[in-house]
Design a binder for this molecule. Structure first.
Ligand SMILES: NC(=O)c1ccc[n+]([C@@H]2O[C@H](COP(=O)([O-])OP(=O)(O)OC[C@H]3O[C@@H](n4cnc5c(N)ncnc54)[C@H](OP(=O)(O)O)[C@@H]3O)[C@@H](O)[C@H]2O)c1
Length: 284
């Protein structure tokens, strides 16, 4: 099996490569990132995929800075939309399966129940709209697609957990939004899920997040508890915090389709966070 990975230096890309080496040591991995393959460049994408002829393309590349997407709309739609168009068309041409990772931010956050895969999309910020375009491209251009929506992701890279630890160390107190609810999800669990999915022909859209839900404030409290840090955590509102991008108030996802095919291996978010701390991702 040959697996072609884009965004290989990002949080999820690194974890997928680590798990392939661990679980499937005979597999061949072609690891690419912006420095050797810009997914927005159609010629580069076609040359690379047509010469590698992979069995699976896993797209971990994305423009993930939600606030910066608001002022860099063109860049967001290029990377998160056109980049996926290129990868979808090229993977289709070589008969490869495609994994496109998407987000809870394709929903507007007004539901009163965890979102299922079939619920209507209505992104409320540029990032979400650009990721929706990526989903449309994957769905339209390569029928052998797995669109996996995840949320509040943390792994080996810049993320909320590391930001909290840094701010806690620097200031001893933090203010954290308490009126946005979601499901923090570790790259360890998401990578495990994606590597299970690619061994099936069960194409379609999946939700892949940890069980349970919390606000960013509750998430921060748990982070400091596990880090054994005495940090004053004060709840605040989205309005008071005042980020450039609007965010869904409630973006909990139900892993309904994974449950149906018997591949929902996600644990509760608190357990996922414990596993992350045990993995040594946080420098003491
Ligand atoms: N992080 C979250 O909270 C979250 C939540 C829901 C869904 N997701 C989705 O999960 C996936 C993985 O996220 P992540 O947190 O692992 O992302 P990440 O750490 O930001 O990694 C993305 C990687 O893509 C690279 N990249 C950017 N533009 C590129 C281009 N034009 N061509 C090739 N590579 C490019 C980035 O390089 P540079 O760093 O040099 O730009 C980076 O190495 C993404 O699809 C994201 O939308 C993330």
């Amino acid at each position: 099996m040959k697996i072609f990975i884009t965004g290989a230096k990002g949080q999820l890309g690194k974890e997928i490569i680590r798990q392939i080496e661990d679980r499937y040591p005979t597999y061949e991995v072609v690891a690419t990132d912006i420095d050797n393959l810009d997914i927005t460049c159609s010629d580069q994408v076609f040359d690379a995929i047509l010469s590698a002829k992979p069995n699976v393309v896993i797209n971990c590349a994305a423009y993930t800075n939600v606030d910066r997407c608001e002022t860099n709309e063109y860049k967001a739609f290029s990377i998160n939309g056109i980049g996926v168009q290129n990868l979808s068309a090229a993977s289709f041409k070589v008969g490869a399966k495609l994994v496109q990772v998407s987000t809870d931010y394709v929903f507007d956050g007004t539901a009163n129940h965890p979102y299922r895969e079939t619920d209507s999309l209505n992104p409320i910020n540029v990032y979400g709209a650009s990721k929706k375009l990526g989903e449309d491209m994957a769905r339209t251009l390569n029928p052998r697609h797995f669109i996996v929506r995840t949320a509040w992701l943390y792994g080996d890279g810049a993320n909320f957990v590391k930001t909290m630890i840094r701010l806690g160390r620097e200031k001893g107190k933090v203010k954290v939004v308490d009126d946005q609810v979601g499901s923090p999800t570790s790259t360890l669990l998401l990578a495990r899920c994606i590597l299970d999915l690619i061994h099936t022909d069960s194409y379609g859209v999946y939700h892949g997040t940890c069980q349970g839900s919390c606000s960013w404030y509750e998430f921060a409290k748990e982070i400091f508890k596990l880090a054994d840090m005495d940090v004053e955590v004060t709840p605040t509102t989205t309005e008071e915090f005042g980020s450039p991008a609007r965010r869904p108030a409630y973006s909990v996802l139900d892993n309904f389709m994974l449950k149906l095919i018997g591949l929902d291996s996600f644990v509760h978010w608190r357990e996922g966070l414990e596993e992350y701390f045990e993995g040594g991702f946080i420098q003491q």
